[in-house]
Ligand binder design. Structure first.
Ligand SMILES: *Cc1c(COP(=O)(O)O)cnc(C)c1O
Length: 358
């Protein structure tokens, strides 16, 4: 049996990628914000109906680092322990201290009721994650941030096509960031984007992502190179027309899992009311780590490789001072993301569900 991983990158037909590349062979313009990236930023905004036009960058990690730098964040950043490592590592990388707030056991995002207790006079921002594409309590977080004069950045790496109350999830917070890594729903191989509705802030972010250049000979200020290349943008250009199809197919697979899995033994993340889901992941939560490990082993024996997203809980990273996060630690031990990608066969889905049920 063929190896089945947690995900398989969806690629557009090669001729369609080739057709976009043909433009490059004519223009010989491979980076520095050529035509392909400029068109794709507009096309992505149209597709998502986001309030801001995205600024494309080289990956979803610098997409968080640049706003942190531009906002001159210092001191303590309130964040979630249940995410991919990049959420925490960027905070440390930018010389700030991550202060974890435990997650809600149902929604799996930062527990908004516990945020205020973690705020000190050193707190400067909240970096929250709409984990697996499920919105955080955005209204409440916004209210807390205003009251305490904090910035809000959403790591929205899982949120392409996900909506809350009829709006793109990228509309929320002072800044929203995303990743276009090959394992994400919409991808450019490597890549990411920053969404910001504040024009001044957006302008500074723009300068920062391109060495601070203000024309060939002048500089606005400090900067770094976080530009996306035209080659990467070409992949996104060929892929974008398939996104409705990709999401629809993933929805069908998710719904099949929904009907096949015995929900007496495992449970799902609860989606916040008002969410239009994008079917980015299919996480299931076991009763114990022991049952998870047994299921994982049985799946591996059948050449099926789900992933323990997200394990370990980020408060347990080796470079983090001890902060106990009982809910996140427990969820991290018991959660497994099942394979979900376009082309996953019905027989395989049935087999996977059967093993989980056993
Ligand atoms: C993938 C991911 C990132 C990092 O994105 P890259 O494009 O791989 O740098 C950051 N945060 C979360 C939650 C992610 O899942």
């Amino acid at each position: 049996m063929k190896r089945i991983n947690v995900t398989e990158t969806f690629l557009p037909p090669k001729e369609e990628y080739q057709a976009v590349l043909d433009q490059l062979w004519k223009s010989k313009w491979l980076t520095n914000r050529g035509e392909i990236i400029l068109n794709l930023e507009s096309a992505v905004q149209d597709y998502l109906k986001s309030s801001a036009k995205p600024l494309f960058v080289s990956n979803g990690t610098v997409a968080i680092q640049i706003p942190m730098k531009v906002l001159e964040l210092k001191g303590e950043i309130i964040t979630t322990p249940f995410s991919y490592v990049a959420t925490t590592s960027t905070i440390v990388w930018e010389n700030c201290t991550p202060v974890f707030v435990d997650i809600d056991p149902e929604y799996l995002s930062i527990d908004e009721a516990k945020i205020e207790a973690a705020i000190t006079d050193k707190t400067t921002a909240i970096l929250a994650v709409h984990v697996f594409g499920n919105p955080c309590a955005v209204e409440k977080i916004d209210e807390i941030a205003k009251k305490h004069n904090l910035r809000v950045i959403y790591d929205a790496a899982h949120c392409f096509g996900a909506e809350y109350e009829g709006q793109s999830l990228f509309n929320f917070g002072d800044i929203s960031t995303t990743s276009f890594h090959a394992t994400k729903l919409f991808h450019t191989g490597e890549g990411g984007a920053i969404f910001c509705n504040d024009q001044n802030l957006k302008e500074t972010i723009y300068y920062h992502h391109n060495f601070g250049h203000d024309g060939p000979e002048a500089f606005h200020g400090l900067g770094i190179n976080a530009k996306m290349s035209e080659l990467n943008a070409a992949m996104g250009t060929a892929l974008l027309p398939y996104m409705d199809y990709v999401i629809e197919e993933r929805k069908k697979i998710s719904e099949l899992y929904d009907t096949l899995i015995n929900w007496k033994l495992v449970r799902k993340q609860k989606l916040r009311e008002g969410t239009t889901y994008n079917y980015a992941y299919y996480p299931i939560i076991f009763e114990s780590e022991k049952t998870l490990l047994t299921a994982q082993q049985k799946l591996n024996e059948q050449n099926v490789f789900p992933r323990r997203y997200f394990y370990p809980s980020l408060n347990q990273l080796p470079y983090i001072d001890t902060q106990k996060m009982p809910v996140s630690e427990e969820i991290s031990r018991c959660i497994l993301c099942l394979p979900l990608f376009v082309g996953l066969k019905e027989d395989d889905i049935e087999l996977i569900a059967k093993i989980v049920n056993e």
